[in-house]
Design a protein. Structure first.
Length: 346
């Protein structure tokens, strides 16, 4: 396998029963996203813009939410940009190595989501002000919003867990990593957005039921672990070890290729587990079929769309090809507000 292009045969087989789809408004999402990131000051340097455009988040949104209308897929593209830009700061920059600063930023984000930050203070970082715009545009029920905020909070706690590990130079064990990965990857947050674009509102008793919860967990693991396979070389180049392949390799004393193959087999198992739990949910909750079917379809689109996008995006190749000192694409002002200087190196 060449650097940055790990794609074992077992991984392709895992997705063979999930057909690829693409939203017809893909081009609109790409165009809209460029304007939105410019308006909100999320990308200031030419280097950051070039890297961002190569990642192709608009097409990612179109592949994972193929049935969303034009407005919906544009909203999703904006959410993706926001989530990935924050993820870069946490994973690739100094922020993610400082538990205190990570906690301070997460507190600002939570203030927006809990209703105290509709109008962020002057000088707030662009990652905060742009979240306020996203939150205003995301129309959903109070029940959905409460669940979404809970997932964001869980993501913040998991980000703090990662930051603490980095500060101590600690590689987590497999169970701890798997549990926290669902939250650091913000995949529950992304799955929540299925309800927004499909116009559904899943009752709490259905969401918390065992078959639905197990199907959702399996789908989340498939997405996160697939991302780990494709981002392995990028993260290794950056010295990052919060990756299931690295964790499995360390725990079982394997070579990198052996660990990739083992994770690919785990992904295939989880795809099958999702199908089993989906079937059980539809059998045991027939009165909610009209809500469950589009939600499960959205999960399938997420698993397949993430696989296809991960295989072709430049996001995971650029850091590898630039060597141990990656291109200067992190902008301090994104998370430090008026005090930061665009383009400052990690």
């Amino acid at each position: 396998m060449s650097a940055g292009t790990r794609s074992p045969e077992g991984l392709h087989l895992a997705f063979r029963h999930l057909p690829p789809e693409l939203n017809p408004h893909a081009a609109a999402a790409v165009s809209h996203l460029r304007g939105w990131t410019e308006r909100h000051g999320l990308i200031g340097t030419a280097t950051a813009r070039e890297r961002f455009d190569r990642a192709d988040f608009g097409s990612f949104a179109a592949a994972t939410y193929p049935t969303a209308d034009r407005q919906g897929v544009c909203l999703i593209a904006d959410w993706f940009a926001w989530l990935f830009l924050l993820d870069d700061q946490l994973d690739d920059g100094a922020l993610g190595k400082d538990p205190l600063k990570t906690g301070e930023l997460m507190s600002q984000l939570f203030e927006v989501l809990t209703g105290d930050g509709d109008t962020p203070p002057a000088g707030a970082p662009s990652i905060v002000t742009s979240l306020a715009d996203l939150w205003r545009r995301t129309e959903a029920s109070p029940r959905w919003r409460a669940r979404f905020v809970d997932h964001v909070i869980a993501g913040g706690l998991a980000a703090g867990w990662e930051a603490d590990n980095r500060a101590r130079g600690m590689i987590p064990d497999v169970p701890s990593y798997v549990e926290n990965r669902r939250h650091t990857g913000a995949i529950y947050v992304c799955m929540d957005l299925i309800e927004v674009v499909e116009g559904i509102d899943l009752p709490t008793e259905v969401y918390d039921s065992e078959p639905f919860a197990r199907a959702l967990r399996a789908a989340c693991d498939v997405v996160c672990w697939t991302n780990d396979v494709y981002s392995l070389d990028k993260e290794t180049a950056l010295g990052e070890y919060h990756n299931l392949v690295t964790v499995v390799q360390h725990a079982h004393v394997l070579t990198a290729d052996q660990a990739v193959d083992r994770v690919a087999a785990l992904i295939a198992d989880e795809v099958e587990s999702f199908a089993r739990w989906e079937g059980q949910a539809l059998r045991t909750l027939p009165e909610h079929t009209a809500l469950l079917e589009p939600y499960f379809a959205g999960m399938r689109s997420w698993m397949r769309g993430n696989f296809d996008w991960s295989a072709r995006t430049r996001r995971y190749r650029d850091a590898v090809e630039s060597g141990p000192d990656p291109v200067d694409y992190l902008e301090l002002a994104l998370v430090d507000g008026a005090s930061g200087e665009p383009g400052e190196r990690r």
